[in-house]
Write a new protein. Sequence first.
Length: 114
Amino acid sequence: MFWRRANSAGAIATILTGLVAGAVLFDLNEITQTVSLHFLYIAPLLFIICAVAMVLVSLVTEAPYDEKVSSMTWTPSFFRDESTELAGLPWYKNYRILAAALTAAFLFQLWVFR
């Protein structure tokens, strides 16, 4: 989690909102064809809709317990600790290097097939 205020009610609302919004967008785009959206635009649109649902529902409902949240929330100290832990690993076991290589391969393919 990246936001300390997010809670389980917000997560459930996000799942349900994403399910309904995805079904509605699929129906409008593919079945009834009333909306003409390229399929690659639907994922960011659903992300924005779900993020708004998470924020709104989490702000309206009760905040989670502080000690429960602190163990699951990302912090800069967690990143630093993990960085020292990953420094001792070979490059092929470091997930950050592998993720960067995967991103570079994706961007290369995107450039080649533009």
